[in-house]
Write a protein that binds this ligand. Structure first.
Ligand code: CDV
Length: 313
């Protein structure tokens, strides 16, 4: 059997701080139309795709921070994207900063949505693994203040039935954690969509800088293979407000092989024809979780009589 989903990894080049939402949405619309003209069912945009990556700056004034957030989705600025998606019959995945009223208070999340070919929101995810720090750290060449500006996502890692398959979302740093893929893998995920903003330079560990592209591919290829799923990873790339960010947007098959990649650091589309049924070859054999996984033997050593308890962390 074949269940083909043609996906467009819709990489963005840098977004300047001065760029307005309508200017950015115009770029997204161009990529969406290009994706449609290449036969895509779905275009995947990066993390925080509507603005510059604002956590690189320390802001104290809440109004300055909130200017980067969307209060509704669709918002007035993003409505044209929904309208065009519906008109063209193409879905999309979009990362954005979400401001909402929930549990009687204002909350802020680093979020992503999956929109189907009818322009309806089919799924939402809020980033769980927030990297960086919460206070100003002047020793850094640039800040990474996600822990200051966002709450940890409270939706878990759900999967969504859409585009004839089972889809999951995660965001940037989530891709480095095996739990992200495995939690979705245990729910049968067939395609994981994710966007990222990854600076080449990692201030706490500059010795990793020349491995940034290698690690980017490594985590997505292993996550795909170990869970028998497609993975689509899409960058906001290039030199944004003086900070170099990696590109290397890729589409990874359930075999772990790369099947499409962007080659620039600008707005670019990489297209792949993905057969969701290819997942079965892995899910039913080497990674048949029901037959071969042994979670009951994974430890909690402390529960075994006489065992040395693990160190407190
Ligand atoms: N936006 C991110 O989550 N970026 C992180 C950086 C800070 C390491 C990433 O994992 O790519």
């Amino acid at each position: 059997m074949t269940r083909i989903v043609t996906v467009g990894a819709a990489q963005l080049g840098p977004i300047a701080r001065a760029e307005t939402r309508p200017q950015v949405v115009k770029r997204l619309l161009e990529l969406l139309r290009a994706a449609k003209s290449h036969g895509c069912d779905l275009a995947v945009f990066p993390e925080l795709a509507l603005t510059t990556f604002f956590p690189r700056w320390y802001f104290e004034r809440q109004d300055e921070i909130d200017a980067f957030f969307e209060r509704a989705m669709p918002s007035a600025a993003t409505q044209p994207l929904f309208d065009e998606a519906k008109r063209l019959g193409i879905g999309f995945c979009l990362g954005y900063a979400e401001l909402c009223e929930e549990d009687g208070r204002t909350r802020r999340f680093n979020s992503a949505i999956l929109v189907d070919q009818a322009g309806r929101i089919a799924g939402k995810y809020r980033k769980v693994h927030l990297p960086g720090h919460a206070g100003h750290e002047p020793w850094r060449r640039f800040q990474h203040l996600e822990k200051r500006y966002f709450e940890t996502g409270n939706l878990g890692f759900p999967v969504f039935r859409a585009f004839g398959g089972i889809f999951g979302l995660c965001i940037c740093n989530d891709r480095r954690w095996p739990e992200t893929y495995r939690v979705m893998g245990l729910q049968g995920v067939e395609m994981v969509l994710l966007g990222y903003n990854t600076p080449v330079h990692n201030p706490p560990a500059p010795e990793h800088d020349n491995l940034a592209n290698f690690h980017n591919a490594l985590v997505m290829q292993s996550g795909a293979y170990q869970n028998g799923t497609w993975v689509v990873g899409v960058a906001k790339a290039g030199c944004e407000e003086g900070v170099e960010q990696i590109g290397n947007s890729i589409v990874v098959a359930p075999s772990g092989e790369l099947v499409a990649a962007c080659s620039t650091l600008g707005d670019e589309l990489a297209v792949a024809r993905c057969d969701l049924d290819l997942c079965n070859s892995y899910k039913n054999t080497v990674f048949n979780f029901a037959r071969h996984r042994e979670p009951q033997h994974y430890g909690l050593i402390v529960e075994r009589k006489g065992a040395v308890p693990p160190p407190e962390v």
